[in-house]
Write a protein that binds this ligand. Structure first.
Ligand code: SF4
Length: 419
């Protein structure tokens, strides 16, 4: 687990310090305000993973001038998604286990950040499944820090915690909010003069039906969820073959996402001499690719995820690419990020005309995978080249670029039926 101190907590400044599980949503801000009002020092802990980001939390912590620690829990969260003890919510979201895990991580960090207890913005009954009496009890049990998880917004409705019993926190000054109405929270937002009424941070892809379907398919395909696969399928049209994932970008934003998330061994495909999408082919493994070769014969690819993930999908965790001045095709290690983008543009604009695929080992290896041919045809099908009688796709892998040409008959089967 990677921990980044966005705003360093530094030395303990007050007698009591709380480590606040912080999403940046209104409830978590209010939980901090209620404690701060009685002299408790707040240190925020937020999480990010392949399924959700920390942008809201970073913004909200800066507004409140609270220190903030970000923990990347991608791998930990995947383990919970793979095997939740308390099941899923409506989609692939194992919220009880996930909350429990977050509280447990916070508990493990208490000493490191010299905090006396963990606080959360949970409100009893706000979410019927994950914030009822039983669920809050389970979260505390999973946290491994019994008695040290304080929910300031509903504390008076819950059993007293250790910080209350020890007098570190005055129970009388805590609240008794219950249920789904946001009325009390909005009144408190007025009271604390919060600039804007923050909405719950949300944005977890595991709760998105479209993404959850993708993730389930991906898990069946790979046998497990891999973070790099999750990143790849966050955008674009996704097709699964026995031995490969093919993702075809639908617009510039998705093409950029694919460029940033494509791995060293992935195959990139675009149209040669005409503007078109970018496709990424990720081969499962040599063995998987061979299986795909057998299974893929004469079989038309099915778009298993034709719809986009919600627009709010978090795809922005990657670094902004640096500007690039030149591209040397002979240096494979340079063919990354924006350099790849520059290469793709050159190919599409016809400023670079790749040679036809030859008999080199790399070319032969790539071309023996039927998914590569399918991806070429899909790339042409989703470009203006589909109107031509003949079109070429450029294939990029490990710094090598070569072309494959096709007749219209080859991609015709991917076109929608004529009325
Ligand atoms: S919505 Fe997502 S991040 Fe939040 S508790 Fe549920 S699974 Fe975890």
């Amino acid at each position: 687990m990677e921990i980044i101190e966005i705003r360093k907590p530094g030395k303990k400044k007050k007698k009591v310090r709380a480590l606040l599980l912080f999403s940046g949503g209104l409830d978590s801000v209010l939980a901090g305000k209620v404690l701060e009002e009685q002299g408790v020092e707040i240190v925020c802990l937020t999480f990010r993973s392949s399924f959700f980001g920390a942008r809201e939390a970073i913004k909200a912590a800066a507004e409140q001038d609270w220190p903030l620690i970000v923990a990347d829990i991608t791998r930990e969260q995947i383990q919970v998604v793979e095997n939740p003890r308390y099941g899923y919510g409506r989609q692939l979201n194992p919220c009880i286990d996930c909350h429990g895990q977050m509280a447990r991580i916070a508990g493990q960090l208490l000493q490191r950040y010299r905090a006396d207890f963990v606080a959360t913005g949970e409100v009893l009954g706000e979410r019927p499944k994950s914030q009822n009496f039983q669920a809050l009890g389970l979260v505390e049990k999973l946290s491994g820090i019994k008695g040290l998880v304080l929910r300031p917004l509903s504390a008076k409705l819950l059993a007293p915690t250790l910080p209350e019993e020890k007098g570190l926190v005055e129970r009388d000054k805590l609240l008794d909010i219950r249920g789904r109405s946001r009325k009390r929270q909005l009144e408190l937002a007025e009271k604390y003069k919060l600039k804007e009424y923050l909405t719950p941070a949300g944005g977890c892809l595991l709760t998105d039906p479209g993404f959850a379907a993708r993730a389930r398919q991906l898990r069946r395909w790979r046998g497990a969820l891999w973070p790099e696969d999750i990143e790849l399928v966050k955008a674009g049209r996704v097709f699964l073959e026995a031995g490969a994932i093919i993702v075809v970008g639908r617009d510039e934003r998705e093409n950029d996402h694919l460029l940033r998330t494509a791995g060293e061994t992935d195959v990139l495909i675009t149209t040669a001499g005409i503007k078109g999408p970018l496709a990424v082919v990720r081969l499962k493994a040599e063995q998987g690719a061979d299986d795909g070769q057998k299974a893929g014969k004469g079989r038309q690819l099915q778009a298993v995820f034709p719809k986009a993930v919600s627009d709010g999908a978090e795809t922005g965790n990657q670094k902004e690419p640096e500007p690039v001045e030149s591209l040397t095709e002979a240096e494979p290690e340079k063919v990354r990020g924006l350099e790849l983008q520059a290469l793709v543009m050159k190919i599409q604009e016809g400023r670079l005309s790749p040679e036809a695929a030859g008999t080199g080992a790399e070319e032969v290896w790539v071309l023996k995978n039927p998914a590569v041919r399918e991806a070429c045809l899909l790339t042409i099908r989703y470009s203006r080249a589909r109107h031509l009688e003949r079109a070429a796709a450029a294939i990029i892998r490990r710094g090598k670029v070569f072309r494959l040409e096709f007749e219209k008959a080859a991609w015709k089967k991917y076109l929608p039926p004529q009325p």
